[in-house]
Design a binder for this molecule. Structure first.
Ligand SMILES: [Zn+2]
Ligand SMILES: [Zn+2]
Length: 288
C-alpha cells in the first residue's frame, strides 16, 4: 500500500526531472499515472453519457466536449481522443457504465467537494469506465454559481477520465482547465482556465502515442452496466485510501482495490472552505 502511495506522489516529479534532463523534449508531463483507454486505432471516440438535470450544465458539457474535440482552437495540431455526448445510461445517480464516461450533477450534500472524477483500471493502466460528478450543493451557492467556475470544473472532471492530471495545483492560472485557478470572488468574471490549452493536447498525444491489441472503449451505447462491486457510491468512504493531496489541500486522489482485481481511482476537487480549514487533512473526516 505504501508502494502505491509512493508511486502516485512521485510520478510527476520523476517525469518532470527526466524531461528537465532532456531539453528539447515536450514539456507535457501531466498524465494521470499513465492511465489510458485501450484502443486499437490511433484516434478514438469516448462516449460521454449525459445524465445532467439542467440546461445550464448540459450547455457547459457541450462546450467542454466541443473544446476537447477542437485542438486547432488552442494551438495544437490534433487529438487522439474525440468525445461524443450520448444519452446518459447511469442506473442510479452516476453508476459506471463500461466503456464510457458518465457525467452527472446533483446536490451531493455539504461534504466539501465541488467536483469528482473516478476511473476504473484493469491490467495496471487501462481505463475501463469513468464518471464525472458536479456537486450542486456548492454550485447553487453564490460563491461558485458562475458559468466560468462551473465550466472550469466540468472541463477538468471529464478530462481526468481521459487520463489527464493537473498542470498545476497552487491556484495559479496556466489558462488550462487542468489547473486550480479559482473563477470565484474577484475572479468571478474571468474566463481564464475554463478550457484546455495546447499543453493538454500535447499530453494526450503522449499518453495515446501507442495502440493496444484490445479495446476498453464502448463501440455502441448499449453496453451493459458494470457490476456494482467495482463502483464507488456517494459515500466518500467508498473511495478507498488517500494516496496524494496538494499542499493547499484543494486536490486529492483516492485509490480503491476492488474484489475483481481492478482498481478505482478518484480525483477530488475540494471547495476553498474545505481546503483552507485544514490543508493536510483527509477532508472526508473533517466537519466544516
Ligand atoms: Zn495501452
Ligand atoms: Zn482535478
Amino acid at each position: 500500500m505504501f508502494d502505491t502511495a509512493y508511486k502516485h506522489s512521485l510520478m510527476p516529479l520523476v517525469v518532470g526531472l527526466a524531461l528537465a534532463a532532456l531539453p528539447g523534449l515536450s514539456q507535457a508531463d501531466h498524465s494521470w499515472g499513465g492511465y489510458h483507454w485501450a484502443r486499437t486505432t490511433a484516434e478514438f471516440t469516448l462516449k460521454l453519457g449525459n445524465n445532467l438535470t439542467t440546461d445550464d450544465w448540459r450547455l457547459l458539457l457541450s462546450q467542454a466536449s466541443s473544446d476537447w474535440n477542437s485542438p486547432e482552437l488552442f494551438g495544437a495540431a490534433s487529438t487522439p481522443l474525440l468525445t461524443s455526448i450520448v444519452t446518459g445510461q447511469s442506473k442510479r445517480n452516476c453508476s459506471m457504465v463500461k466503456g464510457t464516461t458518465q457525467v452527472c450533477n446533483a446536490k451531493y450534500g455539504a461534504i466539501g467537494w465541488l467536483g469528482l472524477a473516478s476511473i476504473n483500471i484493469t491490467g495496471g493502466t487501462h481505463i475501463t469506465q469513468g464518471t464525472a460528478k458536479m456537486n450542486d450543493t456548492y454550485f447553487n451557492l453564490a460563491t461558485y454559481n458562475n458559468p466560468y467556475e462551473k465550466q472550469h470544473v466540468m472541463c477538468q472532471e471529464i478530462a481526468h477520465t481521459f487520463g489527464l492530471d493537473h498542470q498545476s495545483e497552487d491556484g495559479s492560472s496556466q489558462n488550462s482547465c487542468m489547473d486550480y485557478f479559482s473563477n470565484t470572488g474577484d475572479n468571478a468574471g474571468s474566463s481564464l482556465s475554463t478550457r484546455p490549452n495546447a499543453h493538454d493536447f500535447e499530453e494526450l498525444a503522449t499518453i495515446y502515442d501507442h495502440t493496444d491489441s484490445t479495446t476498453t472503449v464502448a463501440a455502441s451505447t448499449t453496453t451493459a452496466p458494470s457490476a456494482a462491486d467495482v463502483d464507488i457510491t456517494d459515500d466518500p468512504r467508498s473511495w478507498g485510501m488517500l494516496v496524494r493531496q496538494s499542499t493547499n489541500g484543494r486536490s486529492s486522489i483516492y485509490e480503491r482495490f476492488n474484489r475483481d482485481g481492478s482498481r478505482t481511482l478518484t480525483h477530488v476537487y475540494w471547495t476553498i472552505e474545505a481546503a483552507t480549514n485544514c490543508p493536510s487533512c483527509d477532508h472526508r473526516y473533517v466537519k466544516t
